[in-house]
Structure formats: C-alpha cells, structure tokens
Design a protein around this ligand. Structure first.
Ligand code: C2E
Ligand code: MG
Ligand code: MG
Length: 662
C-alpha cells in the first residue's frame, strides 16, 4: 500500500490552522441570518395576520350585536334622512367609532352606501379595512370598518423586536469576546501542524544526509514497479556500500564518518538522472532507484557512473580519505517481482561486487538460497546417481615432442532441460550442498576407468583431475584415491590432481597432510590457475608439488598486455627454479604456442590443440596422430612467420581453428 508521503513540501499554512477563522466567519454569518429571519418573520408575519384577524372579529361583533340595536331595516335600503341621520351619527360615535375604529361604512343589498361615519381623531398610520355581512331584520347589506393597525397589533404578546435586538448584540459581543481565544487556538494549531509536517519528513528521510530513508525508498520503488508493469520498461534497484567504512569511522572518528556519508550521498546524486532517486538505508549503505533503464547494459552504465562519482578522495575534517565502493544491481522484472525480492538480489550482487571490485548484476549462481538454485541442488543429487554427470577430456601436449601425453578431465552436467552445463554453473552449488565429495569421486572413477580403457587400447595417457578444498578436508580422501587407482589398475604416476592456490590456503595444515600422503603414494600434484590467487610461494615450496599451471587469463592476454607476458615468463622461470614442470593453459593460437615454446614452457593446453571432448574423441585424435602432424605443421608455419611477424604490433591473433579436433 502506498504511504501518504508528500512528494514536494506543501504550503506551510496548514488547513487545521485556517479552520478557526472560517469557523468564526460562519458563526457570525449564521448569527446574523438567524436574527434577521426572526426579525423579519416576527415583524411581518404573525403581527399582520393577528391584526387582520382581530379586525375581522371586531367587525363581526359590531355587525352582529352592536348595530342590531342601532340600525333599522330601512337604514340599509336607502340613506336615512336628516333627523335619522343625526341620530345614527350619535349612536355610531358612541358605540362603533371608538377604540381604533376610524371609519364605518354601511352598504345596502345593491352595494350602494346608505351610511358612512368617521371618528373625530385623525390617524396617519397604517389601517386595516375589513368588510363583513350585515343583516338587520329582513334587510341585508355589508359593514366596512377601517381600523387603526397599531391599536389592533399592539394588543397581543411581549415586545419581541427589542428582545431580538438584545440577542443580536449579545451574539456579536460573544463573538468579539471569543476572538482572542480563537486566535490563540489558531496559533497553537498552526504550530502543531508544522510540527506534524516536520515529524512526517523525519519519518521518511534520513536525519544525517536528508536523503529518503528505507520507507520512502520502498514506496518509490513500488510506484516505479507499477509504472513499469503498465509500460513494460525495466527498473533497476542498486545497493551501494563503502568498502572499509568501519575502519574510517574507527580511525578518524564518527564526525568524519558522518561528513563522508553526506558527501558520498551528494556525489551519487550527481551521477543520476533527474528521475532517479538515491536513499540511505542505514550505516554506509545507499540505494539507487533508476526507472526506465535500457536493460542490463543501461543499468551497468549507470552503476559505473555512480561508482566513478563516488570513488574519489574526500577532504573531510582535515583528512583526505580515499573511498572505494561496491555496487550490486537487480533488475525488474528479470530478477524479482517486488521490492523485497529486488533488494535481496541487489544485496547478493553487492557482495559479489565486493569480491570482483566492479559493479555486479545479480546472477543466479551468486544466490545460494533462491528457489531456482535450491531446485538445481535437488536435481544435482539426482543427476549424480542417474548418469547425467559426464566427463570430457582436454589434451595437453609437450612442447618438446609436440605429442599429446596427458589429458585433463573436465566435468559437465548433461541437464535434461538446460542442456550441457559447464562446471562453473554447478561446482559451487555442489560445494555448498555437500555433494562435492560424491562428485569428485564420480569424476575420479570415470577418469581412471577411461585411463584403463586407453591403456588397454595401447595408448599411454595420464589423466589430471581437479579437486577442491572440501576434498582435502576429508581425511579419507587419499584412501579413496588409492582404492580407485587400485580398482582400475592405473599406476599412481598416471594420475595428476589439480588444486588451485586458494584451495590449499584455506586449511594449509590439513591440505599438506593429505597431499603428502598422496604424493608419497606416487600421485602427481599440480597447482592450477597459478598467478590468479594469493598464494605464498614460501608455502607452496613446502608442498609436494610437481606441476605449475599458468592461469589462462595471462596466456590469453600475453600478446596484447606486456604485464601478462612478463608474468608468463617469470612463472616459467620460477617453476623451473623450483624444479617443477610448467603447463600453460589457454593456448589458443599458433602464436601463443611458439612464444611459449621459446620461453621454455613444458606443456600446452588450450583450444589450439583441442577443446575438451568426450573420451572416445581423444582416441580419434591420437590414433590419427594428428596432434603431431598439426604441431609439425605449426612449427613450419611458425618459422616462416617468425621473420615476418617479429615487427608485428601486439594485435591479438584470430584463432586459426582447431587443428586436432576438427
Ligand atoms: P581449469 O581446471 O583451469 O580448466 C581449464 C578451463 O579452461 C576449462 O574450462 C577449459 O575448457 C578452459 N580452457 C582450456 N583451454 C582454453 C582456451 O584455449 N581458451 C579458453 N577461453 N578456455 C580454455 P571448463 O571446462 O569450463 O572448467 C572450468 C573450471 O571448472 C576448471 O578450470 C576447474 O577449475 C573446474 N572444474 C572442471 N571440472 C572439474 C571437476 O571435475 N571437479 C572440480 N572440482 N572442478 C572442476
Ligand atoms: Mg584444472
Ligand atoms: Mg586452470
């Protein structure tokens, strides 16, 4: 669910602080309206209606009773003559034209006036005129009275208008009295709202750097994922942390550490586009969100830019600090469907980046706990027992004779769905799931069985098998090797075990014990990938090693990189000085072959001779003796080329093909 986070800071006058003002205005308006309506209603409504009613009642009373004793039927039929008229004037003045009755008019049946009389006192105010039927004996007519409205209205109820006036004044007074209280209240509310806004900012931002924190970052990633689901674009989530930050903190103090974090946060921002965001998740960990990235390539480019921005010298608290950082990248939708999954993948990639020193994109093989990887672990167990694990062989040739004298066994997994898997894709998994010993035993068994078959076919080939640190931790390992040699009746001198430098170094004492036991038995030992690890030569010297294999990365690069050429030459010299045979891996061209032979290297392994192939294909290679033919050919060509190419630049030479395996 999205958090109610303001993207940009809004107006500082909070709505709650404006509320009292509005309330006061409404209250005043309501008071005025209510008072006005009341006055209006009381003034025009009930007063007027009441006057008309009492006027009519009084006219009815006069017509029905008072005038019955005053008028005669003839007075309605025609206007009375003089003496009668004077008598009527007197009677009317006495009995009718009084108490607010200002004028009385009597009409006959045809509507003609037969008598009219008025009161003496004049009146200018409003009057109420009422006409009622009048019957005297058999004569019928009407009586019309004009009555003083003031006399009629003033007769009922209390004086409301002054009362309402007082109420209105009181209400206004109350409003005025409340105004300072309301103002105080409003001030307090405004303060409160500002505090709330600050608290909200703190809840979603890092206090040290002011950058968004984890909660806000989470929310932004969610928004980006929603947009991406709509338009199908890719989103990158990156995690960056500083190498050795703890050391910096401990050595130069927290103040320097804090200042450094602020500067790093700023620098990451410089590398990003406007639409990207950077957050600090805690400690020295920063996160970057980049939406609409151009796939893995775009994300890598952005990460490299960020790394370049961050990796620099910072002048902080009077000291100069060199900063290195690691970046792990996860992509949506490739690596995860939600924020949590993406952060998890970016974290795994970041740890990988620490090892490689370069921005790293998440890859399944880094992830020891993903569902896919767990599934592969289960499948590997089954594969071991169901014959899906196969061994291929890559020949090694002597520079001296040009002949293939041995092979290296290289394992593959013939996966039913994923095809042929290279060892890098499952050896680490086998190590983590405890299946490596079973795997090594299987490869050893297959390689020695193959060796026996070759021997039976008259081919004298020794075989090299790769082993890991885990194998060396097993005290029974040397016994396993011996019993397999025995099982296939292969002489120990025909088996070479290859171990990498780091493998030996993980538990040198135990490794030495196992290696000594094997060497004593007659098995040959090789240090694989020499030059790529951190081995200590003094230590290696104490091991019963027979062979040094130069790491292929140096051999592949020696034509274009002088440093690599120097490493290759010195490794050959070093190996010879220690009394070891030196093998070059990665020999993929005739040029490399010639160069290494000149340098005195003992053996070559590489695509120039053959790629790793199934066992029977090695037999084909040997039987046709194409290896020797190819190398003789290569030598002839090389000699021709020598004069021509001595001045050549260090351009890499294209692979001329696979002379032995094709
Ligand atoms: P490695 O022992 O250094 O084996 C040499 C690797 O270099 C092989 O890769 C091989 O195919 C490759 N290679 C050989 N010549 C050339 C070349 O001219 N150019 C290039 N680019 N590559 C070349 P592969 O078979 O993929 O094996 C990779 C690594 O896996 C091996 O490196 C070894 O460390 C490990 N491995 C292979 N089989 C086993 C095994 O049975 N057990 C154990 N524990 N590890 C094994
Ligand atoms: Mg090897
Ligand atoms: Mg190697």
């Amino acid at each position: 669910m999205a958090l109610p986070i303001p993207r940009r800071s809004r107006s500082t006058t909070p709505t709650s602080a404006r509320r009292p003002l509005r309330w006061f205005a409404r209250w005043a308006a309501a008071a005025l309206v209510v008072t006005g309506i009341t006055i209006f209603v009381l003034d025009n409504g009930p007063d007027t209606r009441g006057a008309a009613q009492s006027a009519r009642a009084r006219a009815g009373l006069i017509a029905d009773s008072v005038l019955q004793g005053v008028l005669r039927p003839d007075d309605l039929r025609s206007p009375p003559k003089s003496p009668r008229r004077a008598a009527l004037d007197r009677s009317f003045r006495r009995q009718v034209l009084r108490d607010g009755v200002l004028r009385a008019t009597v009409r006959g049946p045809a509507g003609a006036i037969t008598y009219a009389g008025a009161a003496h006192s004049g009146q200018n105010g409003p009057t109420v005129t009422t006409t009622v039927p009048l019957s005297v004996g058999s004569a019928h007519g009407t009586l019309t009275l004009d009555q003083d409205a003031a006399v009629l209205g003033g007769s009922g109820g209390p004086p409301l208008k002054p009362l309402l006036g007082i109420v209105a004044v009181l209400l206004a007074g109350l409003g005025l009295a409340m105004a300072p209280t309301l103002r105080r209240h409003r001030k307090r509310l405004r303060h409160h709202a500002a505090e709330m806004e600050q608290m909200q900012h703190q809840a979603f931002h890092d206090t040290l750097t002011g950058l968004p924190n984890r909660a806000l970052f989470h929310d932004r990633v969610e928004q980006a994922l929603r947009a991406s689901r709509r338009d199908g674009s890719a989103v990158a989530v990156m995690l960056m942390d500083l190498d050795r930050f703890k050391e910096i903190n401990d050595t130069f103090g927290h103040l320097a550490g804090d200042r450094l974090l602020c500067e790093v946060g700023e620098h990451i921002g410089h590398a990003l586009r406007d639409s990207d965001s950077v957050a600090r998740l805690g400690g020295d960990e920063f996160a970057v969100l980049a939406d609409r990235v151009a796939g893995p390539v775009g994300a890598m480019a952005l990460a490299e830019r960020a790394l370049q921005e961050v990796e620099r010298t910072y002048a902080v608290c009077g000291v100069e600090l060199d900063v290195d950082a690691s970046i792990g990248i996860a992509l949506f939708p490739h690596h995860g469907r939600d924020v949590e999954a993406l952060l998890r993948c970016a974290d795994i990639a970041m740890y990988q980046s620490k090892a490689s020193g370069a921005p790293t994109l998440y890859a399944l093989e880094h992830d020891h706990h993903s569902a896919d990887r767990l599934a592969l672990g289960t499948q590997l167990r089954r594969a071991l027992s169901q014959g899906e694990i196969v061994v291929h062989y890559q020949p090694k040739a002597d520079f001296g004779s040009g002949r293939i004298s041995s092979v290296e066994a290289l394992v593959r997994w013939q996966h039913s769905e994923r095809g042929l898997l290279a060892p890098d894709q499952f050896i680490p998994l086998a190590e983590q799931t405890g299946l490596i010993r079973q795997l090594t035993t299987l490869v050893l068994d297959s390689a020695l069985a193959q060796c026996r078959r070759w021997s039976d076919a008259g081919l004298d080939l020794s075989v090299a098998v790769n082993i890991t640190g885990r194998d060396l931790l097993d005290q029974r390992f040397s016994e396993t090797v011996k019993s397999l040699l025995h099982k296939w009746e292969v002489p120990p001198s025909h088996l070479e075990l290859e171990i990498t430098e780091n493998t030996v170094l993980s538990d040198p004492i135990r490794a030495r014990t196992v290696l000594l036991a094997l060497s004593d038995f007659g098995v040959r030992l090789a240090i694989d990938d020499f030059g790529s690890g951190n081995s200590s030569l003094s230590y290696l010297k104490r091991l019963p090693i027979n062979v040094l294999k130069i790491d292929k990365s140096f051999v592949l690069q020696m034509h274009i990189d002088d440093d690599d050429a120097v490493i290759v030459r010195s490794t050959i010299d070093l190996g010879h000085n220690l009394g070891l045979k030196v093998v070059a891996e990665g020999v993929n061209s005739i040029r490399a072959w010639n160069r290494l032979r000149q340098l005195g290297c003992d053996m070559a392994q590489g695509y120039y001779l053959s790629r790793p192939v199934p066992g029977p294909e090695i037999e084909v290679l040997l039987a046709a003796e194409r290896a020797s033919a190819a190398i003789e050919y290569a030598e002839a060509v090389a000699q021709e080329h020598e004069e021509l190419t001595s001045e050549l630049t260090s351009e890499p030479e294209p692979d001329p093909g696979l002379p032995l395996s094709s």
